[in-house]
Design a protein around this ligand. Structure first.
Ligand code: SAM
Length: 285
């Protein structure tokens, strides 16, 4: 199985970029009352190998490229960015796009299962050797070194943090790892629409085609539990904190970012209830 494959030997200078452990868990482990699971640390138990392997059928790379276009690459180029830290690498989609576009890229994630898949994907999509590092955002500076022109945290990842303290800590770690004129690019689902507009907005999202049905199974102010149903009828869940758009923007400003611009489904102008996703671009100075 791809996840069991060893990470290729790293150059001596990169020896610190080593994945420490694989999670051999076979079930997601939400216990008897899944809607009570509201812990930041739980993400590592949610991205189990069988789900990670399916993630790329959920996020089909070609279809994703069609829907995102060059939005992120153009945005980074326009700002003269050269070095990027991808803090939510997942299976590596953005890290590979960034490498292909010529950015110096380091790929971090807290999940060893995800990084392992990302490394394999890098090799298969263009023969890239990803510089991977397993790191939790809350202690990013401990495990990742250097300063970057940009940090990207994409694919609705920040939503995994359940405590405000953890969100502030993670944002402060991102801030500290940026150069003085660096930017943070962070996206999130439009939870305001899900929370405010009642059941009608809780539609099933068909990720990049019809293969995977994604729907909120339970929603309250402190939890959005999403269900992912795959064509083989297997079902997985993710428990996420429903971030309101303005709340995320406020937190970014409170940790020190001077300016936050928010796009709705990659457009600068939008009606708040319409986009499925928001992208925040936060400037350090
Ligand atoms: N960016 C990828 C994409 O768009 O396909 C992956 C998105 S996936 C929804 C969220 C990722 O964030 C997972 O790979 C997970 O391991 C990572 N993650 C969640 N909480 C984290 C934390 N506290 N520290 C580091 N990584 C975390």
């Amino acid at each position: 199985a791809p996840l069991r494959r060893a990470i290729a030997p790293l150059a001596p200078a990169d020896r610190r970029l080593v994945i420490t452990a694989q999670t051999a868990q076979t079930a997601q482990g939400f216990g008897g009352n899944p809607v009570e699971v509201r812990e930041t640390d739980h993400y590592a138990h949610e991205y189990i190998p069988s789900f990670v392997e399916k993630w790329d059928s959920l996020i089909d790379w070609e279809k994703r490229a069609e829907s995102e276009g060059n939005f992120f690459i153009d945005l980074l180029r326009k700002r003269g960015v050269r070095s990027v830290l991808d803090v939510a690498t997942g299976t590596g989609y953005h890290s590979v796009q960034l490498l292909q576009a010529g950015f110096e890229t380091v790929s971090a994630d807290g999940s060893a299962n995800m990084l392992s898949m990302a490394f394999e994907n890098g090799r298969q999509h263009g023969g890239h050797i990803l510089r991977v590092v397993q790191a939790d955002w809350r202690w990013l500076n401990r495990d990742v070194h250097g300063e970057y022109d940009a940090i990207v945290c994409l694919g609705n990842s920040f939503t995994h943090l359940f405590d405000e303290r953890d969100r502030r800590k993670a944002l402060a770690e991102f801030y500290a790892m940026l150069k003085h004129d660096g930017i943070l690019v962070l996206d999130q689902r439009n939870y305001d629409a899900i929370l405010d507009d009642g059941y009608s907005s809780k539609h099933t999202y068909y990720y990049c085609g019809e293969d995977v049905a994604v729907a909120p199974e339970y929603v309250d102010d402190g939890l959005c539990r999403m269900r992912y149903r795959f064509p083989d009828e297997s079902v997985y869940h993710l428990n996420m904190y429903p971030l309101r758009k303005d709340y995320t923007r406020r937190l970014m400003r409170e940790v020190g970012f001077q300016r936050v611009d928010t796009y709705g489904d990659f457009q600068h102008t939008y009606r708040d209830d319409q986009p499925d996703f928001f992208v925040h671009v936060a400037e350090k100075e």
